[in-house]
Ligand binder design. Structure first.
Ligand code: GCO
Ligand code: MN
Ligand code: MN
Length: 389
């Protein structure tokens, strides 16, 4: 049975093979769910109504696969895509799982590791493009340190820049229509990761040779791990024209990367995020980088995936209600009222305007004593979210 909260292709809901394929193994315990093939995972995603599937190179093709194994996996995967109608909007490289990357990939002190990381990435880009990906994500899984005695952070930054410049040129050379999206995380699996926040990447991108090809892939849990307001990071990326992709999930503050179902923990933050994406008309994938609780079997994985999408759509509808709510909108109009009395003081600098601002007599006390009614506004928001208005 479908309702307005049922996923449709235009919602652009995507999952990684590594998300619904997560077997529940963690640092303390082994897998609780059987491994499903990439093709099986595509059928699972088709069943729950997703639009697309993303992957790391080795989610699809094991790092030591033979040529014939590779061909068989690709054949089954492509068949599953065409049977289900799912597409591959994004691809990425696993530069963290294999022991060769124990001290990073592009920022490793070892030039052999850096060159191998480039080789692996170019092959993975070829694979992603072959399957239709238009966005290619870089998450610096092991790009960091446990001890700052080991690596020079300036050298690491320069190495990362060199690698990004290299892959941009590679994509141009191949004639690929590809954009790169950088994903920040403060820590885990390293003690500290370089480029800890989305904001750090937004600054870094402008130092690249092809900044127009590179944007960000902010992840909700990663900014929350750092105690930051995720929506603000997304808004800054959007305003800079750099929101190329987004990883949605949830997280309790100050924990390890929990990767919970979207909306599982911080509903209000999730609401403002969804409202932001919908209000500005973000047109990219809504990618869920999360996985089911370790308590779940494969049916529970489907419940998890359906839950991510359903919660997104419920919050989207709440956002539309917020925008149409007369009490909320009246309040917002009052809050943002402008009597025009300082129109002449607004806008860009001119010497005359600077002089006018300096000469203006402000009634500081009258301005300062005005109540802003944010308590009322927030309570209306909470009541809307709780379903009583
Ligand atoms: C994590 C990251 C990854 C990346 C993925 C795609 O914390 O493990 O979020 O899941 O998103 O490697 O780049
Ligand atoms: Mn993550
Ligand atoms: Mn992620």
């Amino acid at each position: 049975m479908s309702d307005i909260y049922s996923p449709r292709p235009e919602h652009k809901f995507t999952f990684g093979l590594w998300t619904v394929g997560n077997t529940g193994a963690d640092a303390f315990g082994e897998a609780v769910r059987s491994h499903l093939s990439a093709a099986d995972l595509v059928y699972l995603l088709g069943e729950v109504g997703a639009y697309g599937v993303n992957f790391h190179d080795n989610d699809l093709i094991p790092i030591d696969a033979t040529a014939s194994e590779r061909a068989a996996i690709l054949k089954a995967f492509k068949k599953a895509l065409s049977d289900t109608g799912l597409i591959v909007p994004m691809a990425t490289t696993n530069l963290f799982g294999n022991p060769v990357f124990k001290d990073g990939a592009f920022t490793s002190n070892d030039p052999k590791v850096r060159a191998y990381a480039l080789q692996k990435t170019m092959h993975a880009i070829d694979l992603g493009v072959e399957l239709g990906a238009g966005v290619y994500v870089f998450w610096g899984g092991r790009e960091g340190i446990e001890t700052d005695a080991a690596k020079d952070p300036v050298a690491a930054t320069k190495r990362f820049r060199e690698a990004l410049n290299f892959v941009c040129e590679y994509a141009i050379d191949q004639g690929y229509d590809l954009k790169f999206a950088l994903e920040a995380k403060p820590n885990e699996p390293r003690g500290d990761l370089y480029f800890a926040t989305t904001g750090a990447y937004l600054g870094f991108i402008e130092t690249l040779d092809h900044p127009e090809m590179v944007g960000v892939n902010p992840e909700m849990a990663h900014e929350q791990m750092a105690g930051l307001n995720f929506m603000h990071a997304v808004a800054q990326a959007w305003e800079a024209g750099k929101l190329f992709h987004i990883d949605l999930n949830d997280q309790n503050y100050a924990r390890f990367d929990q990767d919970w179902r979207f909306g599982a923990q911080n509903l209000k933050q999730a609401f403002f995020l969804v409202k932001f994406l919908e209000d500005v008309g973000y047109a990219g994938s809504r990618h869920f980088d999360a996985h089911a609780y370790r308590t779940e079997d494969h049916e529970g994985v489907k419940d998890f995936a359906r839950g991510c999408m359903r919660t997104y759509l419920i919050l989207k509808e709440k956002g539309a209600r917020f925008n149409a709510d007369p009490d909320i909108q009246t309040l917002l109009a009052e809050i943002n009222a402008d009597d025009g009395s300082v129109d002449a003081l607004k806008g860009a600098y001119s010497a005359a305007k600077a002089a006018a601002i300096k000469a203006h007599a402000f009634d500081r006390e009258a301005i300062a004593t005005r109540g802003l009614q944010y308590e009322k506004l927030d309570q209306l928001t909470v009541e809307l979210l709780l379903g009583v208005r």
